[in-house]
Design a protein around this ligand. Structure first.
Ligand code: FE
Length: 317
């Protein structure tokens, strides 16, 4: 019962062909469908649902929505009730309102992004199948990303005005959808302001995260790679393809993940994220990062803050 994992991220992009080329040949995804309006649907080789990234042609880049998958269709009724009781309006979209999906519960997070919960999405299977499978498919290409791992949202943080959407959104995710908090980044002179929250439903350190800044935004979508060698290989692929890399291979303090941040042709930040860090359970004690450790919490190998990381976000629909 409940939310299982991230299902997809839907993005508006300016150059659809350059975007498809990026997600296929750099990230390593597979194009599974192209609609008559040009919208592209893509999946990774180790995913079994029809898509985890949707790219819609537009005249500006933005986040349309994020979607998470629940275990049973009846969970949607439960979450509709819980979210409404929490004071947030929902809409139940009919089957196929989201392409290839069953009915979908839509609402706006306190931080401003549109989220959907879905229980059904067309099954296409893993590229390696499920009968005596190989560890990777013969047509693995680009960085060979295994699956979409998580996303990071941006919410307004203005303690002087009493606004903290990081708190509001994490409390909402915990209260209505049973997310647990793995790690938190504290800010302010007495480290009393929650400025970054990492939350999970599965056994990974995070399925969703949120940072505080000037307003609603989308920070990145992240693709899982199995280990450090795969992260280095992803860096090689980015170099060969002249990708705009924001942060070369490094390790996060938070989650211990091995990481590269880079931009797609629309300036949408991607991450390739290696290793599982540690197993997460709801009874795990929360990990706290204090303000003076912030650069190391993001990028453990360096003491210098990366300015663009804290200032460059994608707008939301
Ligand atoms: Fe990330």
């Amino acid at each position: 019962m409940g939310v299982m994992r991230i299902s997809h991220v839907s993005l508006s992009v300016m150059d659809i062909e350059a975007s498809i080329n990026h997600y296929v040949n750099v990230v390593g995804m597979y194009l599974t469908h192209k609609a008559s309006d040009g919208t592209a649907f893509l999946k990774c080789w180790d995913e079994w649902d029809k898509y985890s990234v949707v790219l819609t042609p537009s005249d500006r880049a933005s986040l349309n929505h994020v979607a998470y998958k629940v275990e049973n269709d009846s969970d949607l009724d439960l979450f509709e009730r819980r979210i409404n009781e929490y004071g947030i309006k929902t809409e139940m979209a009919p089957r196929d309102a989201l392409p290839f999906c069953g009915r979908a519960l839509q609402f706006r997070l306190p931080s401003g992004q549109i989220m959907y919960l879905i229980a059904e999405k067309e099954y296409v299977g893993k590229a390696v199948g499920v009968l005596n499978p190989d560890p990777w498919p013969d047509d693995r290409h680009g960085a060979g990303a295994n699956f979409l791992d998580h996303c990071l949202l941006v919410g307004e943080l203005n303690p002087e005005k009493g606004i903290n959407r990081v708190v509001d959104t994490s409390e909402f995710l915990k209260a209505t959808m049973d997310f647990s908090l793995s790690e938190k980044m504290m800010y302010g002179p007495d480290a009393s302001v929650l400025g970054g929250a990492f939350l999970f439903r599965g056994a990974k350190p995070h399925d969703i995260a949120i940072f505080g800044s000037t307003g609603p935004g989308f920070h990145h979508l992240s693709f899982f790679l199995e280990d450090w060698n795969a992260v280095r290989h992803a860096g090689d692929i980015m170099g060969k393809n002249r990708v705009d890399v924001e942060s070369p291979p490094n390790r996060h303090g938070v989650t211990r993940g091995e990481t590269i941040y880079f931009f797609d042709p629309n300036g949408i930040r991607n991450e390739t994220f290696g290793g599982l860090g540690y197993p997460s359970y709801p009874d795990m004690p929360e990990i706290t990062w204090t303000p003076e450790t912030a650069p190391r919490a993001y990028f453990f190998h360096t003491l210098r803050p990366l300015e663009s990381f804290a200032t460059v976000f994608l707008p939301c629909s």
